[in-house]
Ligand binder design. Sequence first.
Ligand SMILES: Cc1cc2nc3c(=O)[nH]c(=O)nc-3n(C[C@H](O)[C@H](O)[C@H](O)COP(=O)(O)OP(=O)(O)OC[C@H]3O[C@@H](n4cnc5c(N)ncnc54)[C@H](O)[C@@H]3O)c2cc1C
Length: 501
Amino acid sequence: MTMTIDDVDTVVRALRTVLADEQILTGKADRYNRARVPAPFPVHRWSERLPDLVVLPTSTEQVAAVVTIANDLRVPVVPRDGGTGLTDGAVPLRGGILIDVKRMNQVHELDLVNRTVTVGTGINMLKLNEYLAPYGLFYPDNPASYPCSLVGGRIGTSGWSLIGSRYGHTRDLVLSFDHVLPTGEILHVGDGIGGKITKSSSGYQLKHLFMGHQGTLGIATKATLKLFPKAEAELSPFWAFDNYDDAYACTGALARAGVATFAGAVLFDEHKVAYLRRDDEAYIPQPTDVRALVCAVMYGYDDEVRAGGRRLFRIAKEHGARYLGDEISEGDWAARHDRYATPLHGRTKDGQVVPMSWHCEDAAINYSQLPGVTKAWHEIVAELRRRTDVFDDWGMFAYTQGSTGADYLTEIDVGIWEQQLDDRAWELWVNAKRDIARVSIDHGGSISACHGSCREGEVDLVPEELGRGFEVMLDIKRTLDPHNIMNPGKYHLDRAYREEG
Ligand SMILES: Cc1cc2nc3c(=O)[nH]c(=O)nc-3n(C[C@H](O)[C@H](O)[C@H](O)COP(=O)(O)OP(=O)(O)OC[C@H]3O[C@@H](n4cnc5c(N)ncnc54)[C@H](O)[C@@H]3O)c2cc1C
C-alpha cells in the first residue's frame, strides 16, 4: 500500500544527500505549476492533484538515487516531462515526489555513420531537429504537440506521430534507452541489449514493455533515437468534398495506394468543418458546400514526392475531390503544431460564445468501422449537450496510423466550459467518456491509439479490453514495483496490491 508523505521534511532531508538544494522545490507555485495538464478538470478540485515536492535531476544516476529514496520511504513518484499528456498521466493522484526531467535535455552523442542520436529524455523534438538540421538529418516523431512534448513523455505514452505512415511512431523511432526501475535500479532496454540495434530476437522485447506505461514502471532518462535524411520536399494537398462519404472513401483509397513517400492522410468530418468555419479564426473561409476535408502528406526527395503526388491527386479526383490550392494546403498543414492556439471558446446551445478548454478522446479504429464510430461518438456528445451547456462538439479527425490504412487514430474534440464543470457535469463527462470507450471496444478497436487511457471513465474498460493481458500487467507491476511507488492510482494497477481472499 502506498503512503502519502506525512513528513515532507524527512523526504527533503533524504533528498539533500543526493541533490543540491536548488534541485528540490517545495513552494506552492512550483507544485501547482506541475499539477496541471491540458485536459479539463473541475477547477474546484485541482488541489487534489498536487505533488508534495518537485525535484529537478540532471542525470540517470540522480533519478535513480531519488527513486531509491522514495522506494525506501514508500513515497509516490510521478515522472513529468512536457506535461502535455491528455489523460492525466503526469498528474499526481497521491501526492509524493514529482520528477521533472527538463534539465536532462542534452545531446550526448550524434552518430553520423549509424544515423542515431543519444539524448537526455528532457529534450523535445523541435529543439532536437534544430540541432540536427545542419547535418541534413531529422528525427521524425511529429505529434501536434511537437514543440512542447518531450522525448521522455513520448516514451511514457508511446506517442503517435502525424507522419508515422512514412517513418513510424515513437516506439519505432526510439531504439533503446536507460530506464530507472521503481526500485531505483538502472537498466538499458532496446532490441536485445544493443544501444543502436534496430532488430534483435534475443529474449523478451522489453523495449515495448517500458514504453506507454505512463510512468507506472519507471523513468526513461537517456534515449538513442533513429534518424533520417531531412526531407527535401514536403507535399500536403488539402481537398474539399461536399459530403463525408466521398471524403471517407477517398481517405481509404489514398492510404491503400502504396505510395512510398506517403506520410499520412487525415479526414475531417462535417462537424469539424462546421466548427472550424464557426469558431476558428485561423480557418480559411471555404464555400458553404464544403462539408468534409481530406489532407494527405508526402515526404522525400523532390523527384519521388512529385511522382507520388501525381498519383494521389489522380485518386482524389476520382473520388470527387476539389483541390484547395497550394496556399491553403501549405498553410493548413503548417498549422498542425498550433493546436494550443485552438480558439479557447465554444458556444452554448443558443449560440453564446463562452470560454472553453479543449478535450480530446482518441481511439484506434479499423478503417471499415470509422463511419459507425463517428456517428456513435457524435450522438454521445449531442446527448451531453442536450443536458448541459458545459459541452460543445468540436468535430472529429481520423488520421492514418500506418502505410496500409488498416487502422486510424480517431479523435473527437470536445469543448468544455471548465469553470462551470461542477461535480454533476463532471460525472456526466466521466460517464460519457466511458460510453465513448465502450463504442471503440464494441467496434473492435482500442480505447487509445496514443494518449493512453488512465483518466476517470475510460480507464474502467481497460481490463475488459486487455482481458488476461490486464492480469499480466498486474503481475508485472507487482514484481517490478513491490511497494507501488511509481505513479500510483493509474490504470487501476492498485489492484495488483489487493490482499488475496
Ligand atoms: C496540443 C496537443 C497536441 C497533441 N498532439 C498529439 C499527437 O499528435 N500525438 C500524440 O501522441 N500525442 C499528442 N498529444 C498528447 C501529448 O503531447 C503526448 O501524450 C506526449 O507524448 C506527452 O509528452 P509529455 O512530454 O508532455 O509527457 P507528460 O505529459 O509529462 O507525461 C506523459 C506520461 O508519461 C509519463 N512520463 C513522463 N516522462 C517520462 C519518462 N521520462 N519516462 C517514463 N514515463 C514518463 C508521465 O508520468 C505521464 O504518465 C497532444 C497534446 C497536446 C496538448
